[in-house]
Write a protein that binds this ligand. Structure first.
Ligand code: ZN
Length: 439
């Protein structure tokens, strides 16, 4: 199948030609084969789509999220107000992830991924936890992502906090995902670990041993999100969490380190040397009141951008990240270019881990596109693109993945949005009631 999208403005942030007016994109199968201005020389196409001046962005990437929390929107707060990060986990998220069953997990995946696609997000790195529905949960995520034509990286959060049986099931769930999806083009399995402070030395050793026969693996883990994680690792006799992971030989260039607010001196160099990626989640850090990730860490490690389950909209995350940082900075102090995290660092991370080019409108890249009917009130061009992306843009009218429309004129092509949302509302009610019974 050869498709031509013509009469469009093509946005390619952080490239030599970030803004192509009167542009076209040629797509062969699931891949972009040509990008240019005017009309392509060759005129044989199976389908020609006139975008009538709309603007195309690359499908965006969320480098860390938790789809299992998709039904937490509007959830009643815990009876007792949590006073620190460990209490937030214990009173909110560790109740939610034990209350999830197959039906509510499916509804979370469906509603969560639907919302991503609606925001032009076509690749998601998910960190999943449903501690009473472990076996088969990652297959369910892959099945749901496939229905929506999305790229998904999945990992099941292994932890000690629910006993040995669930630890082993969690580990096995990750291992069977490596088995089933190692060579799947649109699926990238990772080894999910909750965090250093909920895993014993014995558990880390068991995980590393279990990975021996796996040809290619990387861990996906929360690191130093809060001081409590750092204090825990010191009490276990390690210099830092990164040091601990290294001693168990768990860090490699396929790994993703999430947060990293309380890294120790030398840790960023270690992460850089081993080639692991770091993902920054500004709205979640603000929500949990854990602090602000330092500029130098973000810049040195070329950090990616995630939402940690806070939202689906990556442009909103970039904007809010900018504002949160500004609220912490002195006048005149340098900030972070969040659009760069989203449009440069995330594509680099996703392309490396999935093993093919993702996240840019250029030949050879997967044809994932978000198409906008953006009518700006000021001129937009390559010099002021970031300002428009963060403060002007809206939602796409059309979203294409693997060269096919998933959303056309604001309507989902392959799924019923109404069915997914009405089921999600029923499941959320059931889920919240079930949480009430968990102590
Ligand atoms: Zn997270």
């Amino acid at each position: 199948m050869r498709r031509l999208l013509k009469n469009a403005t093509i946005v390619r942030p952080y490239t030599a030609t970030p803004f192509l007016e009167d542009g076209y994109v040629v797509i062969e199968g699931d891949t972009i084969s040509a990008v240019g201005t005017g009309v392509p020389a060759e005129a044989r196409f199976d389908e020609v789509i006139d975008l009538e001046g709309k603007i195309i962005l690359p499908g965006m990437i969320n480098a860390h999220t938790h789809l299992y929390s998709a039904l937490a929107l509007g959830m009643p707060p815990p009876r007792k107000r949590p006073v620190n990060f460990p209490e937030i986990l214990a009173q909110v998220w560790w109740k939610l992830d034990r209350a999830l069953d197959p039906e509510s997990t499916r509804a979370s995946f469906e509603a969560g991924l639907l919302e991503c696609l609606r925001c032009g997000v076509t690749t998601v790195f998910d960190h999943h936890s449903s501690q009473n529905f472990i076996s088969g949960s990652l297959d369910l995520l892959v099945e749901t992502a496939e229905k929506l034509g999305m790229n998904v990286s999945m990992a099941f959060e292994i932890t000690d906090r629910n006993g040995r049986k669930r630890f082993t099931s969690g580990l096995n769930e990750n291992l069977s995902a490596f088995n089933n999806y190692q060579n799947h083009k649109y699926v990238h399995p990772m080894l999910g670990m909750h965090a250093s402070f909920t895993l014993s030395d014995e558990s880390l050793k068991a995980i590393r041993t279990a990975l021996e026969p796996v040809a290619k693996w990387g861990i996906h883990i929360h690191v130093a999100e809060d001081k409590a994680d750092q204090e825990d690792v010191h009490s276990r006799g390690y210099r830092s969490i990164v040091d601990r992971l290294q001693r168990f030989d768990l860090l490699n260039d396929e790994s993703l380190i999430i947060h990293g607010l309380y890294l120790e001196p030398g840790d960023v160099e270690t992460i850089k040397t081993c080639g692991a990626g770091l993902v920054h989640n500004p709205t979640s850090n603000a929500n949990n009141r854990v602090g602000l990730l330092a500029n130098r860490v973000i810049n040195f490690l070329e950090a990616g951008l995630g939402t940690d389950g806070m939202q689906a909209n990556m442009l909103a995350e970039a904007k809010e990240g900018t504002l949160i940082r500004s609220s912490h900075l002195e006048g005149g102090a340098e900030s972070i270019d969040y659009a760069k995290l989203l449009f440069k660092h995330n594509p680099r991370i996703a392309s490396r881990l999935f093993g093919h080019a993702i996240g840019l409108i250029a030949p050879g890249y997967q044809a994932d596109l978000a198409i906008y009917d953006y009518r700006p009130k000021t001129f937009v061009n390559e010099t002021n693109l970031s300002g428009h992306l963060l403060f002007g843009w809206g939602l796409p009218t059309d979203v294409m993945t693997r060269g096919s429309f998933q959303i056309r004129n604001q309507k989902f092509v392959n799924v019923s949005e109404e069915d997914i949302l009405s089921n999600a509302r029923i499941q959320s009610e059931r889920l919240w009631q079930k949480m009430e019974t968990i102590r």
